[in-house]
Write a protein that binds this ligand. Structure first.
Ligand code: SAH
Length: 213
């Protein structure tokens, strides 16, 4: 696992590209400058690792575009020590960003291959979520609820009720909703029964998978 000054230079450039695209949260930009994204993808893509592109990871999944990760992280407004549930661990890059923002992270992955790979890989880089869970994100994580923030990193055909029920009052659920393309949708829980909904533009994610294998 090599990380060089050249990689650092490319990361700084990527952070500038993201800034130009509207990312202003310094915690997010610093995370992008710090996390060695080239180590999260297959070495054959290494030379492109710091472009704003998605790449295949294992199990027909993709590591999200850096802009998407940065945008979601910025919208979440993660504060020190907040409890954050991530649905769709994937490569673990988004998980690392949340940890750089000093969140207490719980991350669920539905595909065993990715769950195993990433739960071994992230600690090697010093990234330690509170828990990695092999499970079904549609159910959330009732035994650890409520969460300050919940982030979904796969395209959801609908908004799972269980997830809305697992955010604190004042907390946020950020979820891309739709089949082929998704609308990034933010729910803010105003009271036990009231949610404010904001639509934040079009994105493209791999689909959130229905049933657990
Ligand atoms: N943030 C990740 C995104 C990976 S793609 C990254 O940038 O690497 C979406 C991930 O969600 C995939 O790993 C996929 O296996 C996972 N996923 C899909 N459906 C899921 C579900 N129902 N529960 C949990 N994870 C799911």
């Amino acid at each position: 696992m090599r990380d060089t000054t050249k990689h650092q230079g490319l990361r700084n450039q990527l952070a500038s590209v993201l800034e130009a695209k509207g990312i202003y949260d310094t915690k997010v930009l610093n995370a992008v400058r710090k996390i060695p994204r080239h180590l999260f993808i297959d070495s054959s893509f290494e030379s492109h690792a710091y472009q704003d592109k998605a790449f295949p990871i294992a199990a027909e999944q993709t590591i999200s575009h850096p802009f998407t990760v940065a945008f979601q992280s910025q919208v979440l407004e993660v504060k020190q020590g907040e409890k954050v549930l991530e649905i769709g661990t994937g490569s673990g890059y988004q998980t690392a960003v949340l940890l750089e923002m000093n969140a207490e992270v719980y991350s669920i992955e539905r595909q065993h291959e990715l769950f195993k790979k990433t739960s071994l890989f992230l600690p090697k880089l010093g990234y330690r979520p509170k828990r990695f869970i092999f499970g079904d994100g549609y159910k959330g994580l009732p035994e650890e609820a409520p969460f300050d923030k919940i982030i979904v990193t796969a395209g959801a055909p609908f908004v799972p009720k269980a997830l809305l029920g697992q955010i604190k009052v004042g907390g946020k659920l950020l979820i891309p909703v739709g089949d082929k393309e998704q609308i990034m949708t933010l729910f803010i829980r105003k009271s036990p029964k009231e949610f404010e909904k904001h639509e934040l533009g079009d994105f493209k994610f791999v689909p959130m998978l229905k049933k657990k294998n």
